[in-house]
Structures are given as C-alpha cells and as structure tokens.
Design a protein around this ligand. Structure first.
Ligand SMILES: *[C@@H]1O[C@H](CO)[C@@H](O)[C@H](O)[C@H]1NC(C)=O
Ligand SMILES: *[C@@H]1O[C@H](CO)[C@@H](O)[C@H](O)[C@H]1NC(C)=O
Ligand SMILES: *[C@@H]1O[C@H](CO)[C@@H](O)[C@H](O)[C@H]1NC(C)=O
Ligand SMILES: *[C@@H]1O[C@H](CO)[C@@H](O)[C@H](O)[C@H]1NC(C)=O
Ligand SMILES: *[C@@H]1O[C@H](CO)[C@@H](O)[C@H](O)[C@H]1NC(C)=O
Length: 575
C-alpha cells in the first residue's frame, strides 16, 4: 500500500500545480541537509548518519527530481549508502515494502503485563461454527487472536508469527501465510495439499514489543557484533577493532573499502604498523546492551518461539480433490507456498519439479560441471553434504581452516569441480586470512560462465545486526554482477539459497533473530525477482519440516535442498 503511495506521489508531482512550490521547498530542504551534514557527522558516528536522511517518501520526489544534485551530495552521507539514484530509489521502495507495523513503545519500567502472551492467545479454524468439508485444493483459513499477560485482547499488530500445517505420520508439512490485521488479530492461510488429517501449528516468534527492542538495537548499536584484525610485520604484531563503520576516535582509520564494489570496511590503524600489515580477520564477539528487564521479552517457553493453542480443534480432515477443482500450483500465485513436504520429500508447487537423486544419478548430473558456492556457513553445508555423499567427489586438502575455506572438491572421472568460498566482511568467521576476504560480486566478475557453470550463493545471516541498507547495498552489487554474468554467458545457472529460521537464545535473538532474517529474506526475494535465477526456498523448507529450526538445518532437510538444487541443474534426470 505504502509503495503505491510513493509511486503516486512521484507521478502526481509532475503534473501538480504545486510543483513550483514543492521544487523550491525540496531545494531548500536539501541545501539545509547539505550544509548540516558535516555538523551532524561530526556529532554522530558515521553509522548513525542514515537517520539524518530525509524520510523515504520525500526522498522519492527528490531523487527523481534532483538526482544530479543528490549524486553530488553523495560523499557526505554514510559510506554504505546507495551507489546511484536508481539504487537509492529501489532502496526506498524496498524499505517501504518491508515496513513493519508500528510496534508499541515499552512501559518504563518494563513489565510484561501488557505485552503479548502466547499462553493467553488463541487461534480458531474458520468458519468458527465448523461443519465445513475440506478438499485437497481448498484453502484453510485460521484466525489468531492475541492477548496480553493479563488476558486482555491486544489491539495493535506487529507480533511475529509462523504458521505451519502438517501431518507427522504422512511426513507432510506446508508453510502458511500470515496476515496482520493490525488490531491484535491475524489470519493464516494454508493450501490443502494432501488427503487425510492436517494439523495447524501457530508459533509466536516474538511479541511486537520485542520487535520494538530489536529495531532499537539496530539503530543504537549497529556495531554490537564487532570484528578484529591482526596486523603483523616481522616480530611486531598488533590487533585492532574493525567494522563496517567505526566510531570516530583520536585513532586514525585504515580504509579497506573495496574499490570495485564500494563495500565499506574499516579498522583502527595499528600504532606501530601500517594498514598494509593486516593479515587476518575474526569476529571479536557480540555485545548487545539491553535496558533493565528487557530480556524478559526474549524468554524461550514464555514469549519466544512458543506455540499458540487452538480454541476448538487444531485439526481438519481433508477429503480427496473435488472434480473440476483446479490444481494448486505455481509459486507465482500470490504469496502461495513454493512447495510442501509429502512422505518427507519436498515437492515444488510450480517451477521445476523436484527429482530424487541417489549417489550415482547425482554424479551423473554434475558430470562435466563446475559448481561455485559462495556465502555463509549455510551454503558451506551444501558443499559438506555433497563431498560426504558422493564418494568420488574428493575434497582437495588446501590446508585451510575447517570453518573458513576456501574449499575445493574434484571428481576426476566425471570431471566435476565444486568450490566453496565465504562471502566478504562482515563475515563472522574466525581467522580468515585477509587475502581470502572476497566479495561475491567480485568473484562472479572473474567467472567466464557458460552451460557447464553453476553459481550458488547464500548471504544473509551475517548481516542481521546491521542496518538493512547495508544488506540492500550488498545485494545490489551482487545483482549487478549476476546480470553481467548472465549477459556474457546466458547459459550459466545461478541458484540462490534463501534465509532460514533458527533456534533462538537471548543473545541469538538480539543478533540473528528470525525477525531480522525474515526482513532480509523479503529483500533478497524482491531484488532477484524477474531475473533468470533459481531459488532454493530454505525458509519454507525449514518452516514446513517437523525438525526444529536450526541455523544449520539437519541432514534430512539438507538432503531435500540438494535434491532441489540438482533438479535445477538437471531437470531431466533423477527419479
Ligand atoms: C480486526 O480486523 C479484522 C480484519 O479487518 C476483522 O475481521 C476483525 O474483526 C478485527 N478484530 C477486532 C478485534 O477488531
Ligand atoms: C574510504 O575509501 C573509499 C574508497 O576510496 C572512499 O569512497 C571513502 O570516502 C573512504 N572513507 C573515508 C572515511 O575516508
Ligand atoms: C592470525 O594469523 C596468525 C598467523 O597466520 C595466526 O597465528 C593467528 O592465530 C591468527 N589469528 C589471530 C586471532 O591471531
Ligand atoms: C555448451 O556450450 C558449448 C560451447 O558454447 C557448446 O559447444 C555445447 O554444445 C553446449 N552444451 C549444451 C548441452 O548445450
Ligand atoms: C539411482 O537412480 C537412477 C536413476 O534414477 C537409477 O537408474 C539407479 O538404479 C539408481 N541407483 C541406485 C544404486 O539406486
């Protein structure tokens, strides 16, 4: 809704009789911002400068009208700002599209009384009176009503909810779509895809009040995950702190901003050594600071990842498909599921059918291929799975650290090469040699590509603590590289692994909450929509499965992901 409003204002603006007045105002505000930016930057750390940007709606108008002016101003904004007016406009639309409903401000001192309580909340299968018959192909609707710890109905939205429909005995499961009515009630909609019993499971991930805290942490402590680098020359060695942005101090900075992609990275300059002496990169740790009692909003079993009870039955019995009922299909159907489990096997709804590969058909599929994997540890899992599953695919010992890589595996007989390399900073790995810090976009630019080349990437979990603008910017760079790759070698297969749900402790919630991942996942999907790339929908594949949420999903889920992957590579082969 908001996005449409943005576009309309841009269009209307051109024909509006107030255009002249507006023009004047826009110039005025911009000049004001221009001359105050230095002052603002002086007082605030660079990481906070994004809050000094004009609000989104306003930016639209200005970007379209004054793109040249804005380009000129660009060096005054923080370093992870968009690279072009087009990027800025896209960022603005993306931010609108993921805008979370306004969440309640917290009572001071914090008490849980008026916050969402999953134990008091209930869901009901509609129609409430029952008596309806369900058939395969129908949609099931569920109404969820949220209450606080005092048992009073909530009247605002913003709770983070997950919906799943499943049947353990059939090995069946599918994700549901949740709609926030912004008044304390939510709907969940499910596609009915199998015959027999289906049980609704609703989970509160976070109360809306916890989202208030998560948002504030990103604003106030975007550097709550910090990094270190070791500098060394001869026998002298120093360690300093590094990040996407650093609070200005007396200490000078080393600027490691990537010249090709423009991705920012800084370390404090070591006292004795030069910036060139940086040898490795590590996560320093995490340091999220909560206000008194806020940790109560992130209690497993109380208000974090807790099931909501049904009023009445949580089950429906699904009858065979009625004659003439259209097939449920195509992930392109608005917000429908991309697939579902049946007999513990992932089936795609629309798109490429998923085949089941065994060791020999998998090797056959990869024969003559070069598979490059890039990203975080959730992509590394695929590398590890393939090298473990395929006996002839032998990992070549490059003497690299187990977690970090880069890794390479070869199957000589079948002429298969599989590689893995982690993405660039802010990668939260330990002891990455600086020479192995590579940005995915740069790696893609080095590839020739072609019909024997498969490029896989997954990049999300290490971005969760930073302002989402950093992630948008990173993806814009990667997307440009993907477009260049597909322009020069259209037969190259590009596969993207999406984000997934994970188990949450307090510290994990504050650094890599599913809410952060959800927001990034939406951005990822929106940004690669319409490009000739395939998605492995890790989000739904973890949500729909009966195994617990895990940053590194368990082998049965990985096996299904690999089958999806191989089905993209070899749509004709397998079973
Ligand atoms: C909340 O909004 C939904 C959708 O508009 C409506 O069906 C529901 O009755 C409302 N609930 C309350 C408690 O007002
Ligand atoms: C760091 O280097 C980049 C690229 O040369 C430059 O655009 C940026 O302004 C520099 N940052 C600072 C704080 O000097
Ligand atoms: C950095 O690199 C050095 C030399 O390779 C290594 O000994 C050290 O363990 C690495 N990490 C840290 C944190 O020093
Ligand atoms: C792949 O590309 C090469 C070189 O362009 C071409 O010779 C070959 O026939 C192609 N293979 C397939 C299966 O399309
Ligand atoms: C593997 O799958 C292929 C093709 O689907 C099939 O022909 C073959 O018999 C299977 N091999 C084994 C060992 O199951």
């Amino acid at each position: 809704m908001k996005v449409r409003a943005c576009r309309e204002t841009v269009v209307n603006f051109c024909c509006s009789k107030f255009a002249a007045i507006f023009l004047f105002l826009a110039v005025f505000v911009f000049i004001f911002v221009y001359f105050n930016m230095d002052v603002l930057e002086f007082f605030f750390s660079p990481c906070l400068c994004h809050i000094t940007l004009p609000p989104c709606q306003f930016q639209h108008k200005v970007i379209t009208t004054f793109s040249v002016l804005r380009l000129h101003l660009q060096h005054h904004f923080c370093s992870f700002q968009p690279q072009s007016p087009e990027d800025a406009l896209e960022e603005c639309l993306l931010l609108d599209s993921i805008a979370w409903p306004e969440t309640p401000s917290l009572p001071d001192p914090l008490s849980l009384e008026q916050t969402t309580d999953p134990a008091h909340s209930i869901f009901t299968i509609l129609p409430e009176k029952g008596g309806r018959q369900w058939h395969v192909g129908d949609q099931l609707e569920v109404m969820i009503k949220m209450y606080d710890f005092q048992g009073r109905p909530k009247n605002s939205g913003g709770d983070v909810l997950l919906a799943r429909l499943h049947n353990r005995a059939l090995g069946a499961g599918v994700a549901g779509q949740v709609l926030d009515h912004l008044n304390g009630s939510y709907s969940a909609v499910f596609s009915l895809l199998w015959e027999g019993s289906a049980q609704v499971e609703m989970t509160l991930v976070h109360p809306s009040e916890a989202v208030t805290v998560l948002q504030r942490l990103t604003k106030e402590q975007p550097d709550r995950v910090y990094f270190q680098s070791v500098f060394r020359s001869g026998s002298v060695s120093e360690t300093t702190t590094c990040n996407v942005f650093l609070h200005p101090t007396q200490q000078p900075l080393c600027n490691y901003t990537d010249l090709h992609t423009g991705e920012p990275w800084y370390c404090y300059k070591p006292k004795k050594l030069s910036c060139d002496a940086r040898i490795n990169h590590s996560t320093g740790g995490v340091n999220p600071k909560l206000k008194a009692r806020e940790e109560k909003l992130f209690k497993s079993g109380v208000n974090m990842k807790v099931s909501i009870k049904a009023s009445g039955s949580a089950n429906v019995n699904v009858l065979p498909k009625m004659k003439g009922q259209p097939e449920v299909k195509s992930s392109s159907v608005k917000s429908g599921p991309s697939g579902y489990y049946y007999q513990d096997t992932w089936r795609a709804l629309g798109g490429t059918p998923v085949h089941q590969f065994n060791t020999s058909s998998a090797s056959q599929c990869l024969k003559g291929k070069v598979v490059h994997m890039h990203g975080d540890s959730t992509v590394r899992q695929w590398f590890e799975y393939l090298t473990a599953a395929l006996p002839d695919l032998k990992e070549f010992n490059l003497h690299n650290l187990k977690q970090v890589g880069p890794f390479m595996a070869l199957d000589y007989a079948n002429n298969i090469l599989v590689t893995y390399r982690c993405h660039g900073p802010p990668i939260r790995f330990t002891n990455v040699p600086t020479n192995d810090l590579r940005y995915i976009a740069n790696e893609l630019d080095e590839l020739v590509g072609g019909n024997d080349t498969v490029v896989i990437f997954g990049i999300w979990s290490h971005f969760s603590t930073f302002p989402i603008e950093l992630y948008i910017r990173r993806l814009q760079g990667i997307r440009r590289a993907v477009v260049r790759l597909l322009d020069r070698a259209p037969d190259t297969l590009v596969i993207i692994r999406t984000a997934n749900l994970k188990a949450l402790s307090l510290v994990e919630a504050l650094t890599i909450s599913d809410w952060y991942s959800l927001q990034r996942d939406k951005v990822l999907r929106a940004m690669f929509k319409g490009l000739n790339v395939r998605l492995v929908d890790a989000w739904e594949m973890v949500l729909a499965h009966h195994l617990p949420h895990n940053l590194h999903p368990q082998p049965p889920i990985i096996k299904n992901m690999i089958n999806v992957l191989l089905s993209y590579i070899c749509p004709q082969e397998g079973n």
